[in-house]
Design a protein around this ligand. Structure first.
Ligand SMILES: Cc1ncc(COP(=O)(O)O)c(C=O)c1O
Length: 387
């Protein structure tokens, strides 16, 4: 059994989440914001990093065969996704992958569709690449967020060239089903829209839900869509900058790969080694992690139901991010975030960051020991009980 209850002091490690929190929030807070976790990494990973670092040579690196073999075996076993070696294009980040895909497959001024609220670099990368941002709000049906296919079709009719999907979805925690994804693929195919599926959260799935990679949906999906994934969220190694495209359509792969080569972008030797090691021996760690995160999610949901009933939330299907609705307090977004940071002393992300649908909401990162989460929830309760 791995010990996810253990408190890990990350201060002084150039850690964005902890060492920058004071600058971002103005004073010390419990930092439950940016999406990485406060758990020790897989022990075999730390050992492998130390072993490699102890060899006094850091020259140009060729990936060991096990790098690709382990990515392939992991995806086959966990998600039934069959990948060939050549389908894998390493890139440092998934956001880097979004930028490459936009620039390789669309041109300036082209329309790119996203479902809001969603991870904010989707919008900023589209705008930063001088493409036109088109949004379609997720809608709530029977308490569950779903895609608004009628609205998306209207938008696709007007000339959308690419859609960027978050699968599973940050921040609302949906793990899209095969039926939903199939409907999306059919729609994209009808209007000649490339479908980019960001699957960075694909391993953090619990409560009986199962991740469905876009590439397992149908043959049509393999033709028009591709995905990016990474061990970074799963194994808490975002600082090592290892991500990858999986592209099964050779024409799309050729275009993306030509651009990556033109920029001479690769990943470093620690990124290769870490990826090889975690996918090679991290299964039990991830299974236990998911159990722990599921309990954290249930804890927060029950806490709100019983002690903070004006805060509405739910157990997500995946990700270690929770979407908390504070709108019943009638505060402006600025008042809400000020109260959270200055009175509750908890660093959360403003819901408005993810789109206008997020006004009244804040995103909570539950990737931490339960005692830390409990302390944060108690502090939130104390601050909001005064209202
Ligand atoms: C959906 C999604 N995509 C991408 C990223 C970041 O990816 P990277 O750090 O590999 O660029 C995040 C981080 O939170 C995310 O939630």
């Amino acid at each position: 059994m791995y010990n996810f209850d253990k408190l890990l002091d990350r201060k002084g490690t150039d850690c964005l989440k902890w060492d920058m929190a004071e600058k971002v929030y103005g004073h010390e807070v419990i930092p439950l914001w940016i999406a990485d976790m406060d758990f020790e990494v897989l022990p075999e990973l730390q050992e492998a990093m130390i072993k490699r670092a102890s060899h006094p040579s850091f020259g140009y690196t060729a990936a060991a065969p096990a790098y690709r073999e382990n990515i392939i075996a992991w995806n086959k076993k966990r998600n039934g996704l069959e990948i060939a070696k050549e389908d894998i294009l390493p890139v440092p980040g998934v956001v880097t992958a979004i930028a490459f895909a936009l620039n390789a497959l669309t041109k300036e001024g082209d329309q790119v569709l996203i479902n809001t609220p969603v991870y904010n670099p989707f919008a900023s990368t589209i705008k930063g690449s001088k493409r036109e941002l088109v949004t379609s709000s997720l809608k709530l049906v029977d308490g569950k967020h779903v895609m608004d296919f009628a609205d998306m079709e209207e938008k696709m009719k007007n000339g959308v060239k690419m859609m960027i999907l978050c699968n599973p979805h940050n921040p609302i925690g949906r793990v899209w089903t095969k039926e939903e994804l199939n409907q999306l693929v059919e729609l994209c195919a009808k209007y000649n829209v490339y479908l980019f599926s960001d699957e960075i959260h694909s391993d953090i799935v619990y409560g009986g839900h199962k991740h469905c990679s876009i590439l397992t949906v149908s043959d049509k999906a393999k033709e028009i869509s591709f995905c990016a994934m990474a061990p970074s969220k799963t194994f808490n190694i975002a600082g090592l900058k290892s991500s990858m495209f999986i592209i099964q359509n050779p024409e799309i792969r050729e275009k993306v790969s030509a651009l990556i080569n033109a920029y001479h972008i690769g990943i470093d030797l620690f990124a290769y080694k870490a990826t090889e090691v975690v996918y090679g021996c991290g299964e039990k760690w991830v299974d236990e992690l998911n159990e722990y995160l599921y309990e954290n999610a249930k804890f927060v949901t029950e806490y709100c139901e019983t002690k903070l009933p004006k805060v509405k939330t739910y157990v997500p299907e995946g990700t270690y991010l929770m979407w908390l609705d504070f709108s019943a307090y009638g505060l402006s977004q600025e008042e809400l975030m000020t109260k959270l940071k200055d009175e509750a002393n908890v660093g959360m992300n403003s819901g408005a960051t993810y789109g206008e649908e997020g006004v009244g909401f804040a995103r909570l990162n539950i990737g931490c020991p339960r005692s830390m989460l409990e302390k944060a929830m108690n502090q939130i309760k104390e601050a909001f009980d005064k209202l």
